[in-house]
Ligand binder design. Structure first.
Ligand code: ADP
Ligand code: MG
Length: 235
């Protein structure tokens, strides 16, 4: 299910990344490295730059300075179209509010990233169904997002993010809109994915969840990395 890349290979490398929005320095010189197979949690107060950091890594926006390299590709060298294609093939993203397409049933939401890369529809739908099955929601394949629970929506979003076997899964407060039980299930899912090799970068407000799912913690404050530490797993 996962394309882990070679264990230990550098998947994300940020060097002195800045992002200015007018007078605001959302990122003020962030350097960071993530290796294949790692699970890294990013924590820090609201407004400290966590989502901006993920957006820079996903190539959703361009830094004002510094370099971002993902899966060996310097993102500066890509055009806008190149960035979009690169993102589709190498990065999966999940968000607090799922960002599913309301007009499409779960299966088609999951299949979409594969179809966007030009894969035949039938093949895409088969893989989408496999993923829904692995995530325990195959019975919801034909359901539209509106009738799914929050936990089901996020599992559909995870399946969609995994569709193109991304080198990196980015999660921006993926349990922020879920009740604690659904949140725990999504976290367990992310832990399982990491254990079979998926490289993971997850933003969360919850230290307990971070400790459960990540081996490495990056603490941010005011657009900078304020501290990095190893997390000891708790049983
Ligand atoms: P976090 O995710 O940690 O809450 P963000 O990365 O969303 O923080 O935001 C960091 C800072 O950058 C905040 O001061 C925010 O207001 C600002 N910011 C983020 N995105 C934009 C944008 N598109 N335009 C202007 N300011 C932004
Ligand atoms: Mg944010």
């Amino acid at each position: 299910m996962i394309s882990a890349g070679r264990a230990g290979q550098v998947v994300v490398h940020l060097d002195g990344v800045r992002k200015d929005y007018g007078e605001t320095a959302a990122l003020d010189g962030v350097s960071l490295e993530i290796r294949a197979g790692e699970a890294v949690a990013v924590m820090g107060p609201s407004g400290c730059g966590k989502s901006t950091l993920l957006n820079m890594i996903a190539g959703l926006d361009r830094p004002s300075g510094g370099t971002v390299t993902v899966d060996g590709q310097d993102l500066r060298l890509l055009s806008e179209t190149g960035l979009t294609l690169f993102r589709r093939r190498h990065i999966g993203m999940i968000f607090q509010f799922f960002n599913l397409i309301d007009d499409l049933p779960a299966l088609d939401n999951v299949a979409l990233p594969s179809q966007l890369t030009g894969a035949p529809a039938r093949q895409a739908r088969m893989r989408a169904l496999e993923l829904l099955d692995e995530l325990g929601i195959a019975d919801r394949a034909d359901a539209y997002p509106a009738v799914l629970s929050g936990g089901e929506r996020q599992r559909v979003a995870v399946a969609r993010a995994l569709m193109n076997r991304p080198a990196l899964l980015l999660a921006d407060e993926p349990t922020g809109a879920l009740d604690s039980r659904a949140g725990e299930q999504v976290m367990d899912l992310l832990i399982d994915l990491n254990q079979i090799g998926q490289t993971l970068l997850i933003v969360t407000h919850d230290l307990r969840l971070a400790t459960r799912c990540a081996g490495h913690l990056v603490e941010m404050a005011d657009g900078r990395v304020a501290g990095e530490s190893a997390l000891e797993p708790v049983e």
